[in-house]
Write a protein that binds this ligand. Structure first.
Ligand code: PMP
Length: 508
């Protein structure tokens, strides 16, 4: 049967990206579920920024707009392990609020980059100060600058998002059937509080299962959390230990989580092994094609444990809060290598050509143009002479836009903060009348080398990328530049320009 598209049922364009938040799919687990049990996952990576936190990001900002707490153009700030910040960054981008995120340096690097890509500022806090450290920094900055602090751990609009959306989606998906178990972890407890109160009221037979890391059992310990008057934690919980499940259990029991526990809506607290969580994250990807983050694998581990003992015919739903792509730099990808494995090399060797272990076929630089095709052109020659002898712009780089060696040269110039003229021979600017090709033919004629890039300093031909790097390393570049009154930024002693070459080149 042909697949039909079912996620986006609206047949009109969406108002904006925020209108695509929520309505995430619930998917049956077919191979991994024990026989006779219906196991389902709710895939929050289908939210526009790839996590469950998009829901609360929109909800908290709109609640603050409605209450007047957030004014047009005011800066928003939050302490977040990433997903909340990424959701907020999207919402703030759409609505025009600057965003500052405080984040412990221990969270995955891709999160920082995504945040900055979306226009947010990221202020890192020391790993040893844990979740409370990044929170304290956010509070301090908000007070100092009069910024709007989201307070995801106490903000009712976080839980309300799940009451309005997640819970309703689940009830609709299981209408006419009984949902026997709802399994979730807690980061803020927004998902837990907001969803469980609706399920308990409108689907009382649904058991609510909350899981937490087995080496950091905060809820399981029964030890209460010390709290300030505003609900924020007064100190770290004594049972907190660093754990593998990013996004779960901060070093305190959040107010929203405690509310859910206190309301008596939680039927069971399940400790989960971080190692098992990593395993199940991989297994879900490889057996079911479901690519989620570690907290999803951890929640799924709990769901599998529940499924083992559940009566036949039970319906179990587990939350998968985000996508695995957010964990490329974490232990989840530790066994995923970049190089070819023996098995992959064997596949490569099973046919004769295009092999890494056979004679090198790639050129170190881009190929030369067809020499016959272009005759020496006098305008191109004049151009070449003019740009390479311009006292006002002594450094000239003949480059191609797509060439990785050229990027390395550009990076070096950028890091040294030196001005230069780039003649991008393949760019639109030089396409008319094949001027780029004609200049390239002139280059070949003048220097006898067919490769790109070629660098000139004050009319003197330096050579290609590696030649330029050598002049940096032996100090002659600095001397040449000072002859032309160009200062070069001081670099650390151990700086090696070859580190700027494309990664694949280092390995051969
Ligand atoms: N998993 C991940 C990866 C998360 O980022 C979060 C939120 N911090 C959660 C789970 C928990 O969600 P909630 O805050 O709603 O409890």
């Amino acid at each position: 049967m042909q697949q039909t598209i079912t996620k986006y049922t609206m047949n009109k364009p969406y108002r904006d990206i925020l209108a695509t938040i929520g309505n995430t799919p619930i998917i049956r687990i077919n191979k991994l579920a024990p026989e006779g049990v219906n196991l389902f996952v709710k895939l929050e990576s289908f939210n526009p920024m790839g996590s469950v936190k998009d829901r609360m990001a929109l909800s908290t900002i709109e609640a603050a707009e409605a209450s007047g707490e957030l004014k047009p153009g005011q800066t928003v700030i939050e302490a977040t392990s990433g997903n909340t910040g990424i959701g907020l960054a999207m919402v703030c981008a759409v609505k025009g609020y600057p965003l500052v995120v405080t984040m412990a340096e221990s969270f995955s690097l891709e999160r920082r980059k995504i945040l900055r890509f979306l226009g947010a500022k990221v202020v890192l806090t020391p790993a040893e100060l844990k979740g409370s450290g990044m929170l304290a920094k956010a509070v301090e900055l908000a007070e100092e600058h009069g910024w709007f602090l989201v307070r995801q751990f106490e903000n009712e609009a976080n839980a309300d998002a799940h009451t309005r959306t997640t819970a309703e989606e689940i009830l609709a998906a299981f209408s006419g059937e009984q949902l026997d178990y709802f399994v979730t972890g807690f980061g803020t407890g927004g998902t837990l509080k907001g969803t469980s109160r609706v399920l308990k009221a409108r689907s009382p037979a649904t058991k609510i299962i909350v899981c937490e890391p087995d080496n950091a059992q905060l809820l399981g310990s029964g030890i209460p959390q010390a709290r300030e008057a505003d609900g924020s934690p007064a100190e770290s919980h004594p049972n907190f230990r660093p754990h593998l499940v990013q996004g779960w259990s901060p070093d305190f029991i959040p107010k929203l989580t405690e509310d859910a526990m206190g309301a008596g809506t939680v039927d069971q607290v399940l400790p989960i092994s971080g190692e098992k969580a990593l395993d199940f994250t991989r297994t879900l990807a490889r057996r079911e094609g479901i690519f989620c983050g570690v907290s999803g694998g951890a929640t799924f581990t709990a769901a599998m444990e529940i499924a083992q003992d559940a009566p036949r015919g039970s319906n179990i739903l587990c939350m998968l809060p985000d996508t695995g792509e957010r964990y490329l730099s974490t232990p989840l990808f530790d066994d995923i290598v970049v190089e070819m494995s023996e098995e992959e090399l064997e596949i490569s060797r099973s046919t004769p050509n295009y092999r890494f272990d056979a004679a090198k076929t790639g050129k170190e630089t881009s190929p030369a143009p067809d020499e016959e095709a272009v005759e020496l052109d006098k305008d191109a020659l004049a151009f070449f002479k003019r740009v390479t002898n311009d006292a006002a712009q002594p450094i000239v780089l003949f480059a191609l836009e797509w060439c990785e060696f050229c990027w390395s040269v550009r990076k070096l110039f950028a890091q040294l903060e030196i001005p230069y003229l780039a003649v991008d021979l393949d760019s639109v600017k030089y396409q008319e009348d094949n001027l780029g090709g004609k200049i390239r033919a002139v280059l070949l004629d003048q220097i006898g080398s067919p490769t790109i890039p070629q660098i000139f300093v004050g009319g003197r031909h330096i050579g290609g990328a590696t030649d330029l790097f050598a002049t940096y390393s032996d100090g002659s570049l600095g001397k040449m530049l000072s002859e032309h009154d160009i200062a070069m930024k001081e670099m650390p002693e151990d700086f090696e320009p070859v580190s700027l070459l494309p990664g694949w080149l280092h390995k051969r």
